[in-house]
Design a protein around this ligand. Structure first.
Ligand SMILES: Cc1ncc(COP(=O)(O)O)c(C=O)c1O
Length: 389
């Protein structure tokens, strides 16, 4: 039983087959324009740019928002390394913050930091400690859980700070203020991932979504080698080979038609996990907030009074039963190439890292599969901890 695997059906194969037979398989394929339109429709943004990964989307997005070696970017600690590496590619510095109980950026900490630790001068927010400009805040929607950052957005507008939403894990998840808005569509630029482990996939792939025409045009330009004159091969600046190819886009078009169904399947799996641990004091499933429409991408279990060593042994025990589990993301401020950067009051990220596991959540799990997984976990917990659930 797997964490999250792609499900490719006959409709997906037919869609790819059509593009293969047409010969339009490169980054000039018409299927890419179709996929981009469908992504814009889903997310209700004016524009989208299909790219070869979510990481490329974050890199391009930060570049377009003006991140360079003289600037700093605020990021949460508990995230996949691809959220923060693009800051390093651009020679900028991350400032790392803690996460809340949903594993999302702790918005109030960022607001407090902006108020107490920065000054606003010449339309720039300057970090008092480093004298550098804070250019962008990256808000993540971890595990497909919508991060409510409307308050922060208001402050960022006044402070001339852009918001890039890392919605890599949140295709099909929404935030609500007045009406539902797709994650990634609220900030200046949103980044999606269609990697094979995501709720829908293009093999590998990603997208930028935005309502800003200048950002959109710049993203298309830079993603396609920054070509100024295609007859004479003139490139006036450094571009990237970041566009999605036609085969991936064909798969994406077909996968999108199944998104609703996939979310419903994963919702049922999540509800079954909650049901299994509803009476447990020491083991909990991280709930998805029913206030928001979310994609229920992956289930996270957390243990009270259970050492990391025991969690590791549990993971091995489950693996022997062919049940795949994985630790949650290692907090980025603990990574070797990131730990030298400034961080701010991080407590939860490390606590969660040491007490959580990702559980099988792929579409095809039945109620009895989930019950089986939960029974093994309960049994292991009771025996090894000599403790009541
Ligand atoms: C939070 C987060 N950000 C960024 C990425 C990067 O996406 P990709 O793997 O498509 O480059 C991922 C995906 O794995 C992710 O989970």
């Amino acid at each position: 039983m797997k964490l999250s695997i792609p499900h490719i059906d006959i409709q997906d194969i037919k869609s790819i087959d059509k593009v293969l037979k047409s010969g339009w398989i490169s980054t000039s394929s018409k299927s890419i324009n179709i996929f981009e339109k469908k992504i814009s429709n889903l997310c209700e943004t004016k524009y989208s740019v299909a790219l070869n990964s979510g990481t490329s989307a974050i890199h391009l997005g930060l570049k377009i928002l003006g991140v360079d070696k003289n600037t700093e970017v605020i990021v949460p600690s508990l995230t996949f390394i691809a959220t923060v590496n693009p800051i390093i590619y651009l020679g900028a510095k991350p400032i790392i913050f803690d996460v809340d109980e949903n594993h999302n950026l702790k918005i109030q900490d960022v607001i407090n930091f902006l108020k107490k630790n920065t000054i606003f001068k010449n339309k720039k927010t300057i970090n008092k400690k480093t004298n550098k400009t804070i250019k962008v805040i990256i808000v993540t929607h971890m595990w497909g859980r919508s991060c409510n950052f409307y308050n922060l957005k208001k402050i960022c507008k006044k402070r001339n700070i852009s918001i890039l939403e890392d919605a890599a894990e949140a295709v099909g998840s929404y935030i609500k203020k007045v009406k539902y808005q797709h994650c990634g569509s609220i900030g200046d630029i949103g980044c999606l991932s269609f990697n094979a482990n995501k709720i829908i996939t293009t093999g590998s792939g990603g997208a930028i979504i935005t309502n800003n025409r200048t950002f959109y045009e710049k993203a298309q330009f830079l993603a396609n080698q920054a070509k100024n004159d295609s007859f004479n091969y003139i490139h006036n600046e450094c571009g990237y080979n970041y566009k999605m190819n036609g085969i991936s886009a064909a798969l994406g078009i077909s996968q999108l038609t199944k998104l609703k169904k996939k979310i419903n399947l994963r919702k049922k799996i999540h509800q079954r996990y909650l049901f299994n641990f509803k009476n447990s004091k020491n083991i909990k499933i991280l709930p998805y907030d029913p206030k928001y429409r979310t994609n229920y991408w992956i289930n996270i279990i957390f243990f009270k009074n259970f050492s990391l060593k025991k969690i590791y042994n549990l993971s091995l025990f489950l693996l022997k039963k062919k049940i795949e589990t994985r630790r949650i993301w290692r907090p980025v401020h603990l990574q070797n190439h990131i730990k030298r950067f400034q961080n701010f009051k991080i407590v939860n990220a490390e606590k969660f890292y040491n007490s959580c596991l990702c559980l099988p959540s792929e579409d095809n799990l039945s109620n009895s599969d989930v019950d089986k997984i939960c029974n093994y976990i309960k049994k292991f917990y009771e025996i090894s901890n000599n403790n009541k659930l």
